[in-house]
Design a protein around this ligand. Sequence first.
Ligand code: G3P
Length: 227
Amino acid sequence: MRILLDTANLDNIRYFNTYYPIEGVTTNPTILAKEGGDVVKQLSDIRRIIGEDKELHIQVTETKFEDIIREAEALVRTFGKNTYVKIPVTDTGLRVTKYLADRGYGVTVTAVLTAAQGMLASNAGATYVAPYISRSENLCADGIGTVADIAAIFKTAGTKTQILAASFKTAKEVLDVAVAGCHSATIGSSIMRMLISHTTTDTSILGFERDWKSAFGDTTLLKLLEK
Ligand code: G3P
């Protein structure tokens, strides 16, 4: 499953883009509000850090059809190829999705809570649908099951729309959506760290270092190879 970073924090984006195999960055108005300041500069900095080939998903804030279209066109004009316009799943959102998809724009339909919404978004031509996992599970609904249902619906329909799951509170949820047939997931920095961290990994590495040192002292394998 492909992984994207769900943040607008430049330090985190710089770090994870350097060390982790991420496919891009997703933002929404709440995420951008958290960083504050000059939003256009912030998004330009994100684009500069990840480069033009990775995905940058930016959510529209306009609510009227014509205004959303203008905003979407301006977003892609400003932030270049591989910019995906995030549209909340509303009546107007579906109309905008169809309009933009017909004209070759990448559209991520977001705030998806049910498989029915995901199906409609796909039928409108969405590139991605973004089901919210923890927001669903917090309401005692089955967020993981929703992903599984959407995956099954897309498979039956042979649609090109992909699932980009979002809103995670645990690393287990990330693995669960992968097993449920999710194509991509966007996750925050702390969950990203949880995906790799394990105390037994740390103690294993310490053991390798200790055993090497006790047998070979300060020399390293590289030093021996380059002798
Ligand atoms: O990308 C959407 C996602 O950021 C929502 O996540 O954690 O606010 O539920 P959250």
